[in-house]
Design a protein around this ligand. Structure first.
Ligand code: C2E
Ligand code: CA
Ligand code: CA
Ligand code: CA
Length: 279
């Protein structure tokens, strides 16, 4: 840096300052946004193909209704929320909102389906996760078997703690899904170590499935293995009829992806999936 003279150093330093300022602004925006109720939850339907294309669950996905920037997807703010620790508060908001909403749908006579909520590793490792989840279930009155927690391999870096936390969660009645399955280094080991009810086959295996016999073989293997282990399987990121047909042929019944639907606002999900007008 020194060798290139003062200007370059200045440039670098300004750029870094800019990034730090942006981070600080995002952090203060996050805090305000939470206080002002700017976050909202969308729901992506999960479909059982074999059963008349019935909805069997939804995944809750957070959105930020930003006053200036408009509706933001989680990729734009979850990383900052994780770095600043704001993810715990944000995560609890999503958990509470998703449970409240699902209980309300059940009460209104909607299908008795579960809601899946993503947990970040920060949330997972904070010491009162179990208590927070029990409180939220009690407050919202949702029966625990209708809450599915989606975790990834990175959530469970600390293997012995993860095992204890997961066992406690399962004892309290909630269900555990292993998200982005197959993308980490030790997916198979996790299935042996942890109480996992369901695996979600990652989109990266699906996108190539029609052109690659390797991807088809991987998917088929995951399906066989899950069946032997008594776990459920859902495939994520299905976008085309061709992908759907290959999955169904391989024996995968449960599907989540744009082919059926993008994540929807609550009212839209009601209209299209929970109380669809009779054709
Ligand atoms: P994810 O958990 O793997 O969620 C699936 C993502 O894939 C969602 O993006 C969804 O809209 C998208 N998707 C679904 N079907 C398709 C498809 O057919 N094709 C393609 N290309 N994409 C599809 P989204 O909503 O932008 O969420 C991105 C990620 O942000 C999520 O990935 C999850 O890791 C994280 N996230 C979302 N909500 C929360 C939350 O409440 N808490 C935490 N900790 N993370 C969240
Ligand atoms: Ca997920
Ligand atoms: Ca996923
Ligand atoms: Ca992911």
């Amino acid at each position: 840096v020194k060798k290139n003279g003062r200007n370059d150093y200045q440039f670098f330093s300004d750029d870094l300052n800019g990034q730090i300022m942006e981070q600080l602004e995002l952090e203060s925006d996050l805090r305000k946004g939470l206080a002002r109720g700017e976050f909202t939850v969308h729901y992506q339907p999960q479909i059982r193909t074999a059963d008349n294309e019935r909805i069997i669950g939804v995944e809750a996905l957070v959105r930020w209704n930003h006053p200036v920037k408009g509706l933001l997807g989680p990729g734009l703010f979850i990383p900052a929320a994780e770095v600043t620790g704001r993810i715990v508060e944000l995560g609890n908001f999503v958990l509470r909102e998703a449970c409240r909403q699902m209980r309300q749908w059940h009460d209104a006579g909607g299908p008795r389906i579960p809601v899946a909520v993503n947990l970040s590793s920060q949330q997972f490792l904070q010491y009162n996760l179990l208590e927070d989840i029990r409180d939220i279930l009690r407050e919202t009155g949702l029966a625990p078997e209708y809450l599915e927690l989606e975790i990834t391999e990175s959530t469970m870096m600390d293997a012995s703690r993860a095992s204890a936390i997961l066992n406690d969660l399962v004892k309290s009645g909630v269900r555990i899904s292993l998200d982005d399955f197959g993308t980490g280094y030790s997916s198979l080991g996790y299935l042996k170590l942890y109480p996992i009810h369901k695996v979600k086959i990652d989109r990266s295996f699906i996108s190539g499935i029609s052109g690659s016999s390797h991807d088809r073989a991987i998917v088929a293997t995951i399906l066989t293995m899950a069946e032997h282990l008594g776990m459920q399987v859902i495939a994520e990121g299905i976008e085309t009829k061709e992908q759907l047909d290959i999955l169904v042929e391989s024996g995968c019944r449960d599907i989540q992806g744009y082919y059926y639907s993008k994540p929807l606002a609550a009212e839209e999900l009601e209209r299209k999936y929970l109380w669809p007008a009779e054709a």
